[in-house]
Write a protein that binds this ligand. Structure first.
Ligand code: HEM
Ligand SMILES: [Ca+2]
Length: 743
C-alpha cells in the first residue's frame, strides 16, 4: 500500500478517571455528545459524564446548544470606544476599495487560467461583504486600543452596537408562510436571519487567527505554516482504493448536497469578476499589485509536478465576510452564499432574483428541450472551458453546476422531478394558479430530498451507531426534535474540512457503458465545465447505469490526480490542486489545528510517532509540530469508524452539523403541524417517505437504456441483494400524487 499499510490511528485507550456517569444531569443540564458542548474544553469547565441512552456516554452541558464561540461579552468596551473605531474602519474600508479599483485598472499581466471556480457576486452582496470587512477592521482596532487578549476575542463579541454596517433584520409575516422563503429568512421566529443566504458560517470552536481576528494562523513554533501545496504533495498520493460497498452515485449526491448548504462567496472585483493573485509568468503578483484578498499558494521550484512548468504561485482568493446579524464586533465570519438549510438551493437558487430567472409558466422550472429530452436551460455565461460549436453550459440555482458532468446529472434529475410533480399537481388541482403549483411542487421535492438525505445517504455515511447517538434516525410518521435555540447554520469546520471528505471519494474516471460489452473510460478532467455530452441522447441513462455499478473511492489520503494536479486545467498541461486549496481554505476560515478538534471530541491529541512510520516521516517533513496539522489532512489520515466511511473527527463534525440542519429547521419535512408551518398531512408524509433515490432515477431518466435500477441507489449494483430491478418493481416504491388533491 502506498502509504505503508495502516496510515490510520491506533485505537485510543480511554484514560478517564472513571466515576460513574450521572443518571440525571444536575442544574438542568442536558446530556449530549462532547462535540455539542464545546464549552467543556474551557479551563475550569465542569461537565460530569452522563448517559445519553443505554449504550452511550455523553457529558452534561449547561450552555444549551450554544457554542464556545459565543459565550460571553467583553464588558469594558464603551459606546464611545465603539464610535471611534467605527469611524476608523469606515476610512480603512474606503481606502481599501480605492486601492482595489486602482488595481483593477492597472494593466499588469495577470494569470488568466483556472480562475473561474467562483460563486457569483453582485453589488448587493459585495455591499454586505463590506459590512463584514468593517467589522474586522473594528475588531482589529479595538484589540490594539484596549489590549483585548486573543482569548477574550475568541470567546466574546461586543454586545449589540449600532454601526453603519448592521444588516437590517428581515421582515417576516405575522402568520408564517407555508413555504420556506427562498433566501432562508423567517425560519426561526426569534432569530429570523438564522440560516439565511449571505449570512456567516457558524463555528464549533473559535477561530485560530494570528491576530485573533482574520490573519492566517502561524505554526505553534511561531514560524509560518508549511505551504498548502507542499502539504498536499507530501502527504497525499494518487491511487485507487475502490469502496467495497458504496458507488459513485453516493459521491455525486454528496457534492450536490454539499453545495446546497455551502457556497463560500469569494472576494471579487467591484463588477463581480474573479481575482487573480498570480502573474502570467507563474509567479506571485508583486505585493503592491495584490488585492487584499489574495493568499496565492506558494509552489516550490522543486515541486514534483508544477516544478516542470515553472509555476510558483497557485491562485487562491479569500472568502468574503458577513456582517454579524446581531450587529456585534468580533472575529471574521465567512459568508455563505447559499441558504444553510437543506432546501435544494442548487435547484432553486438562494434569492428571489435568481428564482425569477429560473421559473416559468405552469409552476415549472425553466428547461431546455433538446429534441424531446428535458435538460437544464442553457446559459451564456462564459464559464465552460472549451467553447467549441455546440458546447453547452447549463444554468441552475448554483453557478457550480457545471463543475463536473456528473453533478450536472444531479441537477437534471431534480429539475425533471420538480417539473414532473408540477405537471401532475396542476392536473389534479386544475384550479391552482401557477404560483401555487410551483410552491407545492417545491415543497414536495424539498421533502423528498431531505428524506433521501436523512434516511438513505447519511446512515450510509455515518453508520447506525452515530445516527442513534445524535438522534437522527427518523420514525415512520412525524418526528420530533425541533429546538429553536439550535443555530442551523453551516459551520466553518464542516464547510472547509469535514464535508470535503468527499474529495477523496472521487474517481479520476467515470465508466460509461456503451453496449453490453463495451465500456468507455471517461476521464473526469475532460468533463469539468464541459457538460455538452449531456446532449448526446443515451448519455444520461448510460452515466446513471455506470455510476450505480462503479465503486466510489474510499475516504483516505489518496486523492485523484484529476483533482490534485489537473483541476479545471482547461486544455493547459496542468490545473489547480484542490487538496492544496482545501488546506488553504481551512486556514482562510481560521480552522484550528486537527489536535484541537480531537480534544473537543474527547480523543487524545496525536504526536507524529503515533502514525505509521511512513506517514510520521512525511508529516514531520512538512509540519514543524503535530500541533500544526491541518484539520482536513488529520481527518483524512484517520481510519473510518465502524459502520461509517470517515474517521471519528469528521464523523462527529458531520453528525453535529446534520443534527443542526434538522433540529434548527422549523420547516424540516417530517415535523408535524405543531412546529412546522408547512407540515404535510400524515398521509402525504407517509407517501413522501417512500421516495428513495432509486425512485428519483427511475422517474427522471430517459428510459432509452435504463430500464432497471438497484433499489439501494447509493450502493454498488453488484452487491448481493442489490441487483437492479425493473423500475415498476415494489422494491422501488412510488409516491401516489393523488394524495395531494386539495379538497
Ligand atoms: C466530483 C468532483 C468534485 C470537484 C471537481 C469539486 C471541486 C470543488 C471546488 C473547486 C471547490 C472550491 C474549493 C475552494 O475554493 O475552497 C469545492 C468545494 C467543496 N466541495 Fe468539492 N468537488 C467535487 C466533489 C465533492 C464531493 C463529492 C463533496 C462531498 C461529498 C464535495 C464537497 C465540497 C465542499 C463541502 C466544498 C466547500 C463548498 C463551499 O463552502 O464553498 N466536493 N469543491
Ligand atoms: Ca440550502
Amino acid at each position: 500500500e502506498v502509504l505503508g499499510g495502516h496510515y490510520g490511528i491506533p485505537k485510543q485507550e480511554h484514560k478517564h478517571t472513571i466515576e460513574p456517569p450521572c443518571a440525571v444531569c444536575p442544574r438542568r443540564g442536558v446530556c449530549v455528545p462532547k462535540i455539542q458542548c464545546p464549552a467543556h474544553i474551557l479551563p475550569g469547565a465542569y461537565n460530569p459524564r452522563c448517559h445519553i441512552d443505554k449504550q452511550h456516554i455523553g457529558i452534561c452541558c449547561f450552555t444549551g446548544y450554544s457554542h464556545a464561540a459565543e459565550m460571553e461579552i467583553i464588558p469594558e468596551i464603551s459606546k464611545e470606544d465603539i464610535k471611534a473605531v467605527h469611524n476608523i474602519s469606515k476610512q480603512r474600508l474606503d481606502s481599501w476599495i480605492k486601492r482595489a479599483e486602482l488595481l483593477a485598472k492597472s494593466n499588469i499581466e495577470i494569470n488568466q487560467e483556472s480562475i473561474h471556480h467562483h460563486v457569483a457576486t453582485n453589488k448587493e452582496i459585495n455591499e454586505l461583504g463590506h459590512g463584514g470587512l468593517m467589522n474586522v477592521f473594528a475588531a482589529q482596532e479595538l484589540r490594539t486600543r484596549l489590549a483585548i487578549t486573543e482569548s477574550d476575542l475568541a470567546l466574546a463579541f461586543t454586545g449589540n452596537i449600532d454601526g453603519p454596517f448592521c444588516p437590517l433584520p428581515p421582515t417576516c409575516p405575522a402568520v408564517a408562510s407555508k413555504y420556506r422563503r427562498i433566501d432562508g429568512n423567517c425560519n426561526n421566529k426569534q432569530q429570523p436571519s438564522w440560516g439565511a443566504a449571505q449570512t456567516g458560517y457558524e463555528r464549533i470552536l473559535p477561530p485560530d487567527y494570528r491576530d485573533g481576528v482574520w490573519a492566517f494562523r502561524l505554526s505553534i513554533t511561531g514560524s509560518p505554516l508549511p505551504s498548502a501545496r507542499d502539504v498536499s504533495s507530501t502527504l497525499l498520493v494518487d491511487g485507487s482504493h475502490p469502496s467495497r460497498s458504496h458507488n459513485l452515485l453516493f459521491m455525486q449526491f454528496g457534492q450536490f448536497l454539499a453545495y446546497d448548504v455551502s457556497a463560500g462567496v469569494l472576494f471579487s472585483t467591484a463588477n463581480g469578476t474573479a481575482l487573480s493573485c498570480c502573474l502570467a509568468d507563474g509567479t506571485h503578483l508583486p505585493i503592491e499589485h495584490q488585492h487584499w484578498a489574495c493568499e496565492g499558494i506558494d509552489v516550490s521550484p522543486k515541486d514534483t509536478f508544477y516544478g516542470q512548468f515553472n509555476k510558483r504561485c497557485m491562485n487562491f482568493v479569500r472568502t468574503q465576510l458577513a456582517p454579524s446579524a446581531d450587529c456585534s464586533v468580533g472575529y471574521a465570519k465567512q459568508m455563505n452564499g447559499a441558504t444553510h438549510y437543506i432546501d435544494l438551493s442548487p435547484l432553486y437558487g438562494s434569492s428571489l432574483k435568481k428564482l425569477q430567472e429560473l421559473k416559468v409558466a405552469g409552476g415549472r422550472l425553466k428547461s431546455f428541450h433538446d429534441f424531446g429530452r428535458t435538460l437544464p436551460p442553457l446559459t451564456n455565461r462564459k464559464e465552460c472551458l472549451i467553447e467549441k460549436h455546440g458546447a453547452a453550459c447549463f444554468d441552475s440555482g448554483d453557478n457550480r453546476g457545471n463543475q463536473i458532468i456528473s453533478l450536472t446529472v444531479m441537477h437534471t434529475l431534480f429539475l425533471r422531478e420538480h417539473n414532473r410533480i408540477a405537471r401532475a399537481l396542476s392536473l389534479i388541482n386544475s384550479e391552482w394558479d401557477d404560483e401555487r403549483v410551483f410552491n407545492e411542487a417545491r415543497r414536495i421535492v424539498q421533502a423528498e430530498f431531505q428524506n433521501i438525505v436523512y434516511n438513505e445517504w447519511l446512515p450510509l455515511l455515518l453508520g447506525p451507531k452515530i445516527m442513534r447517538l445524535f438522534k437522527m434516525s427518523s420514525p415512520k410518521g412525524y418526528s420530533s426534535g425541533y429546538n429553536p435555540t439550535v443555530n442551523p447554520s453551516t459551520t466553518a469546520e464542516f464547510a472547509a474540512a469535514a464535508m470535503r471528505f468527499g474529495h477523496s471519494t472521487v474517481d479520476g474516471n467515470i465508466m460509461i457503458p456503451q453496449s453490453s460489452d463495451v465500456v468507455e473510460t471517461l476521464p473526469i478532467s475532460e468533463v469539468m465545465y464541459q457538460p455538452s455530452r449531456m446532449r448526446f441522447k443515451p448519455f444520461l441513462d448510460r452515466i446513471l447505469i455506470g455510476m450505480s455499478w462503479q465503486p466510489m473511492q474510499n475516504v483516505d489520503p489518496l486523492i485523484s490526480n484529476s483533482l490534485s494536479k489537473y483541476l479545471f486545467h482547461g486544455g493547459h498541461p496542468y490545473g489547480l490542486d484542490l487538496a492544496a486549496i482545501n488546506i488553504q481554505r481551512g486556514r482562510d476560515y481560521g480552522l484550528r489545528s486537527y489536535n484541537d478538534y480531537r480534544k473537543l471530541i474527547g480523543l487524545e491529541p496525536l504526536g507524529f510517532t503515533q502514525y505509521s512510520l511512513n506517514v510520521a516521516k512525511r508529516l514531520a517533513l512538512v509540519y514543524h509540530s503535530p500541533k500544526d496539522i491541518d484539520l482536513w489532512i488529520g481527518g483524512l489520515l484517520e481510519k473510518p469508524i465502524d459502520g461509517g466511511l470517515v474517521g471519528p473527527t469528521f464523523a462527529q463534525i458531520l453528525a453535529d452539523q446534520f443534527t443542526r440542519f434538522k433540529r434548527g429547521d422549523r420547516y424540516f419535512f417530517d415535523y408535524g403541524p405543531d412546529v412546522n408551518p408547512g407540515a404535510f398531512k400524515i398521509g402525504q408524509l407517509l407517501e413522501i417517505k417512500k421516495v428513495t433515490f432509486a425512485r428519483i432515477i427511475c422517474d427522471n431518466s430517459d428510459h432509452i437504456e435504463l430500464e432497471n435500477q438497484a433499489p439501494d441507489a447509493f450502493l454498488r449494483a453488484d452487491l448481493p441483494g442489490n441487483e437492479p430491478v425493473p423500475c415498476d418493481s415494489p422494491q422501488i416504491p412510488a409516491i401516489d400524487l393523488r394524495i395531494f388533491k386539495d379538497i
